[in-house]
Ligand binder design. Structure first.
Ligand code: SF4
Ligand code: SF4
Length: 372
């Protein structure tokens, strides 16, 4: 079991934040990114039923499946059973994913975002049995799940479902000892169960690529030649038992930088770990909303507030001290009229937020700054 993925290179292309032209995926740029990725020996692509309202899976077809032999790459996607009301709707998501991608089969198939009140939907709808049946038919090669919850919850799921072949976890150097994300504890539970790990959010939604001072200065002083995200990617990829490290790349420059880092990957040294410890200390001293822009909160908001968009504006002030830019961004993301002050405090968003952010209180603070 532990050897699953040992031949897969340790950079995976996350198709969650593809380059966009308006509401549509920028196919030309994505094609270029896919070509660069594959021609440098990388093979693992990660999409999901819900990414970019289905346009990510469609782009996987256009940019990968229709342009390369199927055996040239691995394609992963995910089933979010908690997003629908019946077992039939949940199971139909696999059919839809197969149609959208044209992939014929999925190399890796994940029950998407187990944790909190989402885990039970997969039990209620019989999804575990369903995916094992599909695996027996060859439609799915390997079955696992992604998790946004505690290490204790992960332990319970892996004990109940030893048929899971792998887990996908949020791991990065700032969340390693975080009590809310529990990256280290979750990783240790996965290893205890002898499950290989796919790492997501190694750069924490891009946050670790654009560090504020003084954190950025610490990395520049340690090595002025490399990007900030390269530190984060190498940190994640240095762990044992990893299938791959996903990076949700949005442009060619990010792709080139990741290839440069990961093509001839060297594990992070103890001296470099000490540098990252210093960065963690510097970041811990700065206030910010820890939103990763996963957008799980947005779908169920009755007044349709773009919650992560508002938090981006808040963090633009908190981290970069740029109130003009922050107000401009806020005005853009609330242009429909769904401003932070329209929140009716129903709590739906907080029940699904994997980062456990106190969204209602944060929106009140945002309203006091931006809705004047
Ligand atoms: S608490 Fe406010 S922001 Fe959250 S879902 Fe309800 S209305 Fe939307
Ligand atoms: S507020 Fe939470 S659920 Fe919403 S986008 Fe941010 S991290 Fe995700």
């Amino acid at each position: 079991m532990e050897t699953l993925g040992k031949d897969i290179k340790k950079l995976g292309f996350g198709l969650m934040r593809l380059p966009m032209l308006g509401d549509e995926v920028d196919i030309e740029q994505t094609n270029h990114m896919v070509d660069l990725f594959l021609s440098n020996g990388f093979t693992y692509f990660d999409t999901a039923y819900g990414y970019i309202n289905g346009k990510s899976e469609e782009a996987a077809k256009t940019c990968i499946v229709d342009r390369y032999p199927r055996e040239r790459f691995q394609l992963a996607t995910k089933l979010p059973a908690w997003a629908v009301s019946t077992a039939e709707e949940a199971k139909a998501m696999l059919t839809t994913s197969l149609q959208r991608t044209g992939a014929g089969y999925f190399d890796f198939y994940l029950l998407h975002s187990l944790g909190d009140n989402r885990t039970q939907a997969f039990e209620d709808y019989g999804i575990w049995d369903f995916v094992m049946e599909q695996k027996a038919k060859g439609v799915l090669k390997h079955v696992g799940f992604s998790l946004h919850d505690t290490a204790e919850a992960l332990d319970e799921i892996l004990t109940k479902h030893p048929e899971a072949e792998f887990v996908q976890l949020q791991i990065n150097y700032i969340d390693w000892e975080s009590e809310s994300i529990q990256a280290r504890k979750c990783y240790e539970v996965a290893r205890k169960h002898n499950k290989p790990v796919i790492i997501m959010e190694p750069v924490k939604g891009g946050s670790l690529a654009t560090l504020p001072e003084p954190a950025a200065g610490i990395l520049r002083a340690a090595d002025p030649q490399v990007s900030m995200s390269s530190w984060a990617m190498r940190y994640a990829a240095s762990l044992d038992g990893i299938i791959t490290v996903l990076s949700g790349m949005s442009n060619i420059a990010q792709m080139e930088d990741n290839i440069k880092t990961m093509k001839h990957f060297s594990p992070i040294t103890n001296a470099e770990r000490a540098v990252l410890d210093s960065v963690n200390l510097a970041l811990a001293a700065l206030p910010r909303v820890p939103c990763t822009d996963c957008r799980y909160c947005v779908k169920g908001c009755p007044v349709e507030i773009d919650i992560p968009g508002v938090f981006t504006a808040v963090n633009t002030i908190q981290l970069f001290n740029n109130p003009t830019g922050a107000q401009g961004h806020y005005n853009w993301v609330t242009r429909s009229g769904a401003t932070a002050s329209k929140c009716i405090e129903c709590g739906q968003c907080e029940s699904v937020c994997p980062q456990h952010i106190g969204i209602i209180e944060e929106l009140k603070r945002a309203a006091s700054v931006f809705d004047r």
